[in-house]
Design a binder for this molecule. Structure first.
Ligand code: SAH
Length: 222
């Protein structure tokens, strides 16, 4: 085995056995989509967190990734992915808030193209390096303030926001295809709810999936 394969596969607390325990946990928490569970079982989350935290990468918990940001809790990643993906699978997905790149890496194995936006330059660079290492060639990143979306690549079948705005950014709704879905945590630092907004021919329809806790969506570059 070459060292890069070893790095990807992990040992001990990052091994396949540890990952299977996480998937079991997601299943018992109500995640039913087997393709999502399969992808999460094989995606090396330990590479998306700082090395010192690698042994905790398969716990069902959010972890720091530097710059005051966090990689989302696996159960939340699974739930948001499940809410985004319909039986006919979205082909083009936009993510606002690349962060570690983990959510984008999961999505890239389930949909055709992932476009992801990050306002912190170093996080975007690190994520790009990992996507390259993992051979995920269908992820396109940009260093921009993401509430504007990515007009040139619109419309999107799915939009996932992984930092919480106070309200759904209108520019993002405008970039959603008819039949598409937007999944986003909406609210203040104290009180956020996960919203799913579907764009029908007759307008937007909203569903709520319960309380969550995300870092705030900030405007401007870093
Ligand atoms: N999806 C990420 C979780 C990221 S945490 C993962 O899987 O790791 C939220 C991220 O959103 C942070 O990296 C933060 O810098 C970024 N963010 C916050 N406001 C933003 C904005 N306006 N545009 C783009 N990214 C933003």
């Amino acid at each position: 085995m070459i060292p890069q394969d070893q790095r990807r596969q992990g040992i001990g607390m990052t091994s396949q056995r540890t990952r299977e325990r996480l998937t079991q946990r997601l299943r018992s928490a109500g995640v039913v989509n087997e393709s999502i569970l399969q992808v999460m079982q094989t995606t090396p989350r330990h590479l998306f967190v700082e090395e010192a935290l690698a042994s905790r990468a398969y716990e069902d918990t959010a972890l720091p990734i530097g710059f005051g940001q966090t990689i989302s809790q696996p159960l939340i990643v699974a739930r948001m992915t499940e809410a985004l993906i319909t039986p006919d699978r979205p082909q083009r997905v936009l993510e606002v808030g690349t962060g570690s790149g983990y959510q984008a890496a999961v999505l890239a194995q389930l949909v055709r193209q992932v476009y992801t936006l990050e306002r912190i330059a170093r996080l975007r660079e690190r994520a790009d390096e990992l996507f390259r290492e993992l051979g995920l060639t269908n992820i396109y990143t940009r260093h921009v303030s993401g509430e504007q979306g990515w007009q040139q690549k619109a419309p999107f079948d799915g939009i996932i926001v992984t930092a919480a705005p106070r309200e759904v950014p209108a520019m993002l709704l405008a970039q959603l295809a008819v039949g598409g879905r937007l999944v986003a945590p909406i609210g203040t630092a104290q009180r956020q709810e996960l919203l799913v907004i579907e764009r029908g021919r007759d307008g937007f329809h909203e569903r709520r999936l319960g309380k969550v806790s995300f870092v705030p969506l900030l405007v401007g570059l870093e």
